[in-house]
Design a protein around this ligand. Structure first.
Ligand code: UD1
Length: 337
């Protein structure tokens, strides 16, 4: 199968490419503008590739519509896995147009090209942020979508474009994967999150544990949760990657659909900090500061649907293991990357 992977040099994209390369019979074209992805990751992926697969990398920005169309003209894709996006919630609040342009406009262009060049499968990286502050926890796929930040809204708009397009063009199908909080790194510690100014809690905690940061700031301890800090459903990046490969297969004989990707249990910010302190053996300092704009109090997935319909089964659903792999990767970045 010929697959276009946007954002394949980035954190989640590279883990999915890794799994495709370890499987068989994929011809993979990665496009990435390297704004947060890394060339070193692409080189590592080259080394992982089995003989049955091929991979090429094109440096391109999705906003360059002419260059992107040229890639469609000169290739013949059966599927697109679309990761490339801006993903920082507070930034989306202060710079919403960056999110609507990069996440929504560029996705619409990609969908348009998929239709124009006959690509039949589209796997879309969406987010739990589409639910906003859900009334019912764990949140189901058919729960109301009501984003509380432009990041979530930019993704929800793209979801809607996909749904309308698939309704109108019968040869086009999608799987929307709504990611909860993706964390950790490759179990074999070959790739991980490289971007230096990371904002995600487990990455930040790992950086603090290895001494890259002086302390970790807790953004608010006055939420209506058991310990006052926000609760999230942390999913290991390799389990999430599995879901993408299964989604490609699923579309062979199923219709388009939307799936939550999470484990179904939540941990508070304080619990994550304690777990990282435990696995690292470092009692790093923390300080409680004010709330961060755009944060929901509690987001936990109901993941029955993906388990039942796709047969997805998590392998790494332990917070300690997630923190350990994030820490291993952070140590590798310190020493050799
Ligand atoms: C958000 C989205 C999620 C998306 C992800 C992509 C929401 C609700 N969730 O995750 O769907 O996949 O972005 O990037 O919009 N925290 C601290 N200190 C820190 C860092 C984080 O206290 O240094 C807290 C945050 O306030 C939050 C929790 O930890 O309560 C998790 O934050 P983070 O890891 O940044 O992810 P989300 O914002 O939940």
């Amino acid at each position: 199968m010929d697959i276009l992977v946007t954002g394949g040099a980035g954190y989640i994209g590279s883990h999915v490419v890794k799994q495709l390369l370890e499987s068989s019979n994929y011809t993979i074209t990665i496009i990435d503008n390297l704004s947060t992805g890394s060339l070193k990751t692409i080189q590592t992926l080259e080394g992982i590739k089995s003989d049955e697969n091929s991979m090429k990398f094109i440096k391109a920005d999705l906003s360059n519509f002419a260059q992107i169309e040229e890639i469609f003209k000169t290739n013949s894709f059966q599927a697109i896995i679309h990761f490339a996006a801006s993903i920082i919630v507070p930034e989306s609040v202060t710079n919403p147009l960056k999110y609507y342009l990069n996440n929504t406009t560029n996705t619409i262009n990609l969908i348009n090209l998929a239709i124009k060049y006959g690509v039949s499968k589209f796997i879309f990286s969406s987010t739990a942020a589409v639910y906003g502050n859900p009334e019912e926890i764990p949140v189901r796929e058919d729960s109301p979508t009501c984003p509380i930040n432009p990041y979530g809204m930019s993704k929800l708009m793209s979801e809607n474009v996909l749904k309308d397009t698939a309704r109108a063009y019968k040869g086009f199908k999608y799987v929307i994967l709504r990611y909860f909080n993706v964390a950790g790194a490759d179990i074999k510690n070959r790739i991980g999150q490289c971007f230096p100014n990371a904002t995600h809690l487990i990455k930040v905690a790992a950086e603090t544990a290895v001494g890259k940061r002086d302390k970790l700031y807790i953004f608010g301890d006055d939420y209506p949760t058991f310990d006052g800090t926000c609760i999230r459903d942390y999913i290991h990046v390799d389990d999430l990657s599995d879901a993408h490969l299964m989604a490609l297969e699923y579309l062979e004989d199923h219709d388009s659909d939307v799936f939550n990707c999470g484990y179904g249990y939540g941990y508070s910010v304080k619990q994550v900090i304690e777990t990282m302190r435990k696995v690292s053996g470092v009692n790093f300092p923390v300080e409680v500061v004010g709330r961060r704009e755009g944060d929901a109090a509690c987001l936990v997935a109901n993941s029955d649907k993906i388990k039942t319909l796709m047969g997805w089964q998590p392998k790494y659903n332990q917070l300690e293991l997630i923190c350990q792999t994030a820490l291993n990767w952070e140590k590798k970045l310190l020493s050799s990357y």
